[in-house]
Design a protein around this ligand. Structure first.
Ligand SMILES: [Fe+2]
Length: 254
C-alpha cells in the first residue's frame, strides 16, 4: 500500500509533534504493508503567494530531522496539502516543488464550509495540462455533494477520501460511502496526524464489503500512479448493501 496524505513531518503543522512520534507511526505503517508515504504538511495558498521559499525551507529542515531516525521502510516522499483559501499563484505550478512526490498531482483542500461554486472556481484555476488537483477528504465539505464531486472529476480533478472515515456511522462516513458507491473516488489515504489513522481501516472495511479488489485500486494502484507520475485508472462503484431507509432517502433525494 502507498499512502499519499500524511502529517508526519515533526512540529510543522497540527500533525506529529516529534521525530519519535513520527518514527512510531512509520514503523506501524511498515508492519501493515505500507511501502511508501508522501509527507504532506499543511500550507495555505495565501502563504505560498506571500513567500513560497519559506514553505520549502521549513519542510526541508523537518525532513532532514525525520530522515535521520526514520526506518528504511516505508520510503518517504515530499508533498504539501494546500489549503485553497486564495487562488493559487500560477508560478506555483511552474515546477513541481509543491506537488505530490514531484508528480502532476497537487493535494488540495478547502474550508469545510466552502460553497460549491467557490470550490469549483478554485479547482478550475488550478487544472491545466501540467497539473491535476487531488481533492483531499472530499467527504468533509458540507455544501459540496455528489453533484459537485462529479463535476470536479469531469473537469479533470481526482478525489481522495479518508480511510478511517469510511467505516464510521457519522454523516461524513455516510457521505464517504455515498461517493464510493457512486464510483467517483480515486484514492483513499490515512491523513495520519501522528495518531492511529491508517490505510488498513479502509482496506479491511472494503474487504468486509466484498470489495477487496477495489481497495487495491484505491490504496495501491492509483496511489502508485501518484508517486510514479502516471495516469490513474477509474475505480468501479463499491456495491454497498443499503438499508431500506437509505434506499427511501435516496429515492426522495434527501
Ligand atoms: Fe491532511
Amino acid at each position: 500500500m502507498i499512502d499519499i496524505h500524511s502529517h508526519l513531518l515533526p512540529e510543522l503543522d497540527d500533525g506529529s509533534r516529534s521525530v519519535a512520534q513520527s518514527v512510531l507511526v512509520l514503523q506501524q505503517f511498515a508492519e501493515q504493508g505500507v511501502t511508501d508515504v508522501v509527507l504532506t504538511p499543511h500550507v495555505t495558498a495565501w502563504e505560498l503567494a506571500e513567500d513560497k521559499e519559506d514553505a520549502l525551507e521549513r519542510r526541508e529542515v523537518a525532513f532532514q530531522l525525520l530522515t535521520r531516525e526514520a526506518p528504511r521502510v516505508p520510503r518517504l516522499h515530499l508533498g504539501f496539502e494546500i489549503m485553497l483559501n486564495h487562488p493559487l499563484p500560477p508560478e506555483i505550478l511552474k515546477d513541481r516543488a509543491f506537488s505530490l512526490a514531484g508528480s502532476r498531482y497537487y493535494l488540495v483542500e478547502f474550508f469545510m464550509s466552502v460553497s460549491e461554486n467557490d470550490a469549483t472556481e478554485l479547482l478550475e484555476s488550478l487544472s491545466n495540462e501540467h497539473a491535476v488537483p487531488l481533492v483531499a477528504h472530499a467527504e468533509r465539505y458540507k455544501h459540496c455533494h455528489l453533484r459537485a464531486v462529479s463535476k470536479w472529476r469531469d473537469m479533470g480533478a481526482k478525489i481522495q477520501v479518508d480511510a478511517t472515515t469510511l467505516g464510521r456511522s457519522t454523516q461524513r462516513g455516510k457521505y464517504a460511502r455515498q461517493l464510493l458507491g457512486a464510483g467517483v473516488v480515486d484514492v483513499v489515504a490515512a491523513d495520519n496526524h501522528g495518531d492511529d489513522r491508517t490505510l488498513t481501516n479502509a482496506v479491511r472495511f472494503l474487504a468486509d464489503n466484498g470489495s477487496a479488489d477495489i481497495a487495491t485500486l484505491l490504496a495501491e494502484r492509483n496511489t502508485r500512479a501518484v508517486i510514479e507520475d502516471t495516469d490513474m485508472v477509474s475505480v468501479p462503484a463499491v456495491p454497498f448493501r443499503e438499508g431500506v431507509w437509505d434506499k427511501i432517502k435516496n429515492i426522495l433525494g434527501t
